[in-house]
Design a protein around this ligand. Structure first.
Ligand SMILES: *Cc1c(COP(=O)(O)O)cnc(C)c1O
Length: 375
């Protein structure tokens, strides 16, 4: 059997990892500024994480959501404390798309409405409702196209106000910082406007923090830089350091009804053990603070490099464009010439999404290699 050929692959196979490094079979050491697409939050093969998953696998790897699972309660408590959303409720699933799918369904259940307002260039995942809210015709099949989703440009107050005036909207869905589009940030004024207009029109605000959340931008969630409180928050990517998991954080004003959401695998014992270990390590090693410090350092150093045209982002969610290179040219050069993994976005942008534990020394190693590469 062949693999269904949908990915553009680099001809390289990491087989082991440690912290912000991955290794190929012959022992070559690669610095990982990509984190397997913002997924590795506490570093590869963290001993606490390995121990937690191994121990849980040896005890009970899985049972269904028809019985009590105190690992879920423990995770909810820790996540409430770490995020500042103690009073919200938690629904667990298996991926980012699924988290958004559940958030959109929940908003529709709660309001009795059908429409969703999303933003130009947004990415929310590849399942039915999530991809319908994604502004990318290349990944939206005819089956997923729907008049129920309306797109307006990000940070456009007038267009947003006008669209929402019809009061048929269940939800507005927005990324904390747009990731796939190449790191574009809603302004704090726009975020505060969204909260206000949603309140006025009875629309629920869904913050997709799948890429921008979980400490990546130097606060637990990117929207916390604007001081707002959305109605629903979705997480995935870094939540369990590579173990598939998604989560929906739900405001106390939204009522749960038996059976309205559900999943077979979501919140299983192994995933919860992984996610609890991630939060424990994030707290003990002060990784949110580290992401703020090392991220700020990286961004300011990158801005000093003459050929770097633009640097966008916050903390360890960084997008940059470099004179004389397309994004994919630069990524290839960094990977094969300098053994550094980075991410892409669009034609020109290179994205940095490293583990939150990236050290200043590793940031310096990257900066030196990077300067060499673009010389
Ligand atoms: C990755 C991503 C998703 C989709 O997550 P999957 O786990 O791939 O389904 C949704 N929204 C944002 C902002 C993402 O970055």
């Amino acid at each position: 059997m062949n693999l269904f050929d949908v990915y553009s692959l680099y001809d390289i196979e990491p087989v082991a990892g440690k912290g912000s490094h991955v290794f190929t079979e012959d022992g070559t050491d690669y610095l990982d500024l990509y984190g397997g697409h913002a997924v590795i939050s506490i570093g590869h093969a963290h001993p606490r994480y390995v121990e937690a998953i191994s121990r849980q696998a040896g005890r009970l790897g899985f049972y269904s959501n028809s019985v009590v699972n105190s690992l879920q309660t423990e995770l909810a408590e820790k996540l409430g404390k770490a995020s500042g959303y103690d009073d919200y409720s938690l629904f667990l699933c298996n991926s980012g798309a699924e988290a958004n799918e559940n958030a959109l369904k929940l908003a529709s259940f709660a309001t009795g409405r059908k429409k969703v307002l999303a933003f130009s260039k947004a990415f929310h995942g590849r399942t039915s409702g999530a991809v319908a809210s994604t502004d990318n015709p290349a990944i939206q099949a005819p089956f997923n196209k729907t008049d129920n989703v309306v797109f307006v440009p990000i940070n456009d107050i007038e267009a947003t106000r006008k669209a929402l005036s019809s009061d048929e909207f269940a939800a507005v869905i927005i990324e904390g910082i747009q990731g796939v589009s190449g790191i574009h940030e809603p302004t704090p004024e726009f975020m505060r406007f969204l909260v206000k207009v949603c309140k006025m029109t009875g629309t629920l605000l869904i913050l997709d923090e799948i890429q921008s959340g979980y400490g990546r931008t130097g606060k637990f969630f990117a929207h916390q830089h604007s001081g707002i409180h959305p109605d629903i928050i979705t997480c995935a990517k870094g939540i369990a350091n590579g173990f598939p998991m998604g989560a929906v954080l739900i405001s106390p004003e939204i009522e749960a009804k038996k059976g309205m959401l559900g999943t077979t695998f979501g919140g299983n014992h192994l995933a919860c053990a992984a996610a609890i270990a991630v939060l424990d390590v994030m707290e003990e090693e002060r990784l949110v603070e580290n992401a703020a410090e090392v991220g700020e350092y990286l961004i300011s150093e990158l801005r000093k490099i003459p050929r770097v045209k633009e640097v966008r982002g916050r903390g360890l969610m960084i997008g940059m464009e470099v004179e004389g290179f397309t994004g994919s040219e630069l990524r290839k050069k960094l990977l094969f010439g300098h053994h550094i993994f980075t991410g892409g976005a669009g034609q020109l942008t290179v994205r940095l999404l490293p583990a939150l534990s990236l050290s200043k020394a590793e940031a310096d190693q990257f900066l030196n290699e990077f300067k060499e590469a673009i010389r």
